[in-house]
Write a protein of this length. Sequence first.
Length: 133
Amino acid sequence: MKFRKGFFVSLFLLSLSLSLFSSCDKTPLIGKQETPRSTPTPTPTGPRTASTGDQTVNGKTINSTMNDADILKAFNIDIAKATARKSQGPDGSSMTYVLGEQNVSITRSIVSGINVIAWGPIKVDVRLSRSDP
């Protein structure tokens, strides 16, 4: 079979154009360009009290000036008898205490402040303080 020179040139240009167009990023050069949208993050369910003041838990007051042992007393947890687990994050740490069926997690963060989440017989989700005004 004898092919002409023009056939090979056409075939080369066709393959070149297909490879160039298939690797483009599909961004329009003219007109409206869409900005990427972030996916919404799920929010925790249940009531949340966003406050920098005192909070009442189980008839006892807790606030951001208290240490973990004092906060745990509001949940009827003796820190000496509880099992504790520490989690270190990039901007702070979280301590989770368990005694019986009661669980309390106290997070101290330079970004989000002090948050207390409890589950078990006493359920709480409060922010005691935060770093932004």
